[in-house]
Write a protein that binds this ligand. Structure first.
Ligand SMILES: [Zn+2]
Length: 166
C-alpha cells in the first residue's frame, strides 16, 4: 500500500516505486521498466538518488548522467588478449559473450570483443562504461520503509520468500 500524504516525496528511508527508462546518447534503449527500491541506502547510483530526492508521486523528470556519475570512463587498459586455453572447452565461445574471471580481490566480467589467431580479445569495462545515461523517470509511489527494511537496507516488496537475517 502506498501512502498519499504531504510527506510522500522521495527521501531517505522511503520505499519508492518508479517507472523509468535509460537511453544512451545514440538513442538506444538500455533499460525500461518498473523498480521498487529503498531510497538513501546506496541501492541506486548516487547521482540517480540525488536527482530523485524530493520528487513527488506522479512527478516526471528527465536527466542526463556523465560517465563519471554512471559506470565510469572507458579504460583502454581493461582490454587484453587471453589464450584460448583459459576458456571452457565444453562451450562454444563467440563475440559478445560474457565470462566471469575470478581474481583474488573480485569477480571481473569479461566480454569477448574479437576472436584472434593468437587469442581472445576481452574487455573488462562495464558494458555501460563511457556512456552518458539519459534517464526518464516517473515516481509512482512512495511509502515509509518498515524498521526491518531499514535494517536490511532494501525494500521487501515482491520478494518471493522472506529474506534471511544476516
Ligand atoms: Zn531484507
Amino acid at each position: 500500500m502506498y501512502y498519499r500524504t504531504k510527506m510522500s516525496t522521495v527521501a531517505k528511508n522511503n520505499v519508492v516505486r518508479m517507472h523509468f527508462s535509460v537511453k544512451d546518447d545514440e538513442g538506444a534503449q538500455l533499460y525500461e521498466g518498473h523498480l521498487v527500491y529503498l531510497h538513501g541506502h546506496g541501492n541506486l547510483l548516487a547521482a540517480v538518488e540525488r536527482e530523485l530526492t524530493g520528487m513527488r508521486i506522479g512527478e516526471r523528470k528527465k536527466f542526463r548522467l556523465s560517465p563519471e556519475e554512471g559506470y565510469g570512463n572507458y579504460n583502454e587498459e581493461l582490454l587484453g588478449v587471453l589464450p584460448y586455453e583459459v576458456f571452457p572447452t565444453d562451450q562454444r565461445i563467440d563475440v559478445g559473450m560474457v565470462f566471469e574471471l575470478h581474481t583474488k580481490e573480485r569477480v571481473l566480467l569479461l566480454q569477448i570483443k574479437e576472436l584472434r589467431e593468437n587469442g581472445v580479445l576481452v574487455d573488462a569495462n562495464h558494458p555501460l562504461a563511457g556512456k552518458h545515461l539519459n534517464f526518464d523517470v516517473t515516481i509512482e509511489g512512495v511509502r515509509p520503509a518498515s524498521a526491518i527494511e531499514m535494517e536490511h537496507g532494501h525494500a521487501h516488496d515482491f520478494l518471493e520468500k522472506p529474506c534471511e537475517d544476516t
